[in-house]
Design a protein around this ligand. Structure first.
Ligand code: NAP
Length: 251
């Protein structure tokens, strides 16, 4: 199936590694021109070089901290200056703190919400007007099953994800009539650096509660994201696709 995204311009936040890295790679393989962002410039440059050599695609790395409004504005300006416009936004930043409720500080909560919830909102707010103007766009927010699966050791992630679920559907209502389709992908448990962090903080995972009896690989989440970011998802608006190997079903 041709996804119809050849030459589309895609911005992937958190694009240096993990789910965002795998998504940037798949978008590039499908012929999109890609911009990737993350804070660490050296990691971002390495990821861009890897993408270029693996796919031959044009890749623009732009370092930015998405908790900072000025850096997000500069990021979007840079991508639009370079490519002329933005067609696709994949929001894959987020590193909410995990741990025991009484040990999580005010700052832990503030940082978690500033990145996972407000980071995705901030980037979407800057990108959306460009898409509305051209009356074509795709925004895919990477959320997480903790949005509906409350867990004591993962409260900031759960609260941020629940907010993103609502934001995704609300922005979809705004964007749909203007040709900007907004959807979400909710991964279960994915083998990335983020999973190692969560496990180190006491979040427990029981493979017996996942129907497929294994964690996801990042590229399996990317497959769903890129489909929703494509021309083929032309009648999908305000949906959140759970990609969790059957985890919720067994709870
Ligand atoms: N892995 C899972 O099991 C899982 C499950 C459900 C949902 N998710 C969600 O999926 C998304 C991606 O997770 P992942 O597992 O792929 O994470 P990851 O492997 O840790 O990658 C996170 C990416 O975000 C970037 N980043 C972190 N803080 C940033 C900031 N302030 N500004 C800009 N970029 C920043 C990182 O680069 P720098 O550090 O260089 O900035 C990196 O590129 C997150 O929203 C996460 O909550 C993950």
């Amino acid at each position: 199936m041709d996804l119809g995204i050849t030459n589309k311009v895609a911005l992937v936040t958190g694009g240096s590694m993990g789910i965002g890295g795998a998504t940037a790679s798949l978008l590039a393989q499908e012929g999109a021109r890609v911009a990737i962002t993350a804070r660490r410039a050296s990691e971002l440059e390495k990821a861009a070089e890897r993408l270029r050599s693996e796919t031959g695609a044009e890749v623009l790395p732009v370092p930015a901290d998405c908790t900072k409004e000025a850096e997000v504005k500069a990021l979007v300006t840079r991508v639009v200056e370079h490519y002329g416009h933005i067609d696709i936004l994949v929001n894959s930043i987020g590193a909410a703190k995990a741990g025991s409720f009484l040990k999580l500080s005010e700052e832990d909560w503030q940082q978690s919400l500033a990145l996972k919830l407000m980071g995705q909102i901030r980037v979407a707010r800057e990108v959306y007007p460009h898409m509305e103007k051209q009356r074509w766009g795709r925004i895919v927010n990477v959320i997480g099953t903790h949005a509906v699966l409350a867990e004591a050791h993962a409260m900031p992630a759960g609260v941020a994800n629940a907010g993103l679920l609502n934001f995704t559907k609300a922005l979809a209502e705004l964007g749909g009539p203007n040709g900007v389709l907004v959807n979400g992908v909710s991964p279960g448990t994915v083998r990335t650096a983020r999973l190692e962090y969560l496990m180190s903080q006491g979040v427990e995972y029981d493979l017996d509660r996942i129907t497929l009896r294994r964690f996801a690989e990042a590229h399996e989440i990317a497959n769903a994201i890129v489909f929703l970011a494509s021309e083929r998802a032309s009648y999908i608006c305000g949906s959140v696709l759970t990609v969790d190997g059957g985890q919720l079903k067994t709870i």
